[in-house]
Design a protein. Structure first.
Length: 256
């Protein structure tokens, strides 16, 4: 059997979003795109030296400088952009895919309901941007001129969501996740309104919890991590296991 590599590569749907983001992102925070081949869906990026992955370090001023560049150069949604998901469409997909799993089913449904209400309250009328949507330690590289990003997922959403995956990944790796959350929240509050950032973070942690339920196949280890973070960040022991009334959820509980 002859394998048609061109046909296989055409099915990799995120290429156009990735290419479009490289073309449209300004401000010097992305790695340099040298060339590309749309037929083979290939990107050629200038080699990054030394090219070390950059994890969060509160003592590293370049980390702040990188996200300051991001905050000053949000990408407007290109008029010809097609097939790129939105924050909400991704959330809906995860809710649907996780719905048949029994793990913490009732509590997850309640959290999903809260997340929809929070998005509607804070973001239903917000300006939409073309987001990288995957800015975290595995996609942040040290160059001779500072930190640069690679590997954009491409997603449409309010600007507050650009910072969320970095918080998720770093708190997941930290031995002191709550303290790490507080530090990153304080850092990113320099660039967006804190309450809106807190709302986006709640939405994304619920989003990742559902994703971990059906993607990881790890006996719910990662889903349990996300669920426990939600409990620590937003609930007291008296309010568990079913939580509080949606309208009383304090998304700023640990940031005051």
């Amino acid at each position: 059997m002859v394998i048609d590599m061109k046909e296989i590569l055409r099915k990799i749907c995120r290429f156009q979003a990735e290419l479009s983001y490289y073309k449209n992102a300004k401000g010097g925070f992305m790695a340099e795109l040298i060339d590309y081949d749309e037929e083979y869906r290939a990107l050629l990026i200038r080699k990054i030296l030394p090219g070390n992955q950059v994890k969060y370090d509160e003592r590293n001023p370049e980390f702040y400088d990188f996200f300051k560049k991001v905050s000053e150069n949000f990408v407007d949604v290109p008029t010809n952009l097609k097939g790129v998901p939105s924050i909400m469409s991704e959330f809906n997909m995860n809710v649907e895919n996780a719905s048949n799993y029994t793990y913490e089913h009732d509590f997850r449904q309640r959290l999903e309901k809260m997340a929809y209400a929070i998005y509607d309250k804070y973001f239903s009328n917000s300006k939409q941007y073309f987001l990288h949507r995957d800015l975290h330690r595995r996609n942040l590289m040290q160059s001779s001129e500072g930190i640069v990003a690679i590997d954009p997922l491409g997603c449409i959403g309010p600007k507050e969501f650009e910072y969320c995956i970095e918080v998720v990944i770093e708190t997941r790796q930290s031995k002191e996740p709550i303290e790490c959350y507080k530090q990153l929240f304080a850092l990113f509050s320099n660039f967006v309104e804190p309450e809106r950032l807190a709302a986006a973070l709640f939405f994304i942690v619920v989003h990742k919890m559902d994703e971990y339920v059906f993607v990881k196949h790890d006996h719910y280890v990662m889903a349990s991590w996300a669920l426990n973070m939600i409990k620590k960040l937003y609930f007291t022991e008296e309010e568990l296991p079913y939580g509080k009334e949606d309208e009383h959820l304090d998304i700023m509980k640990l940031t005051k």
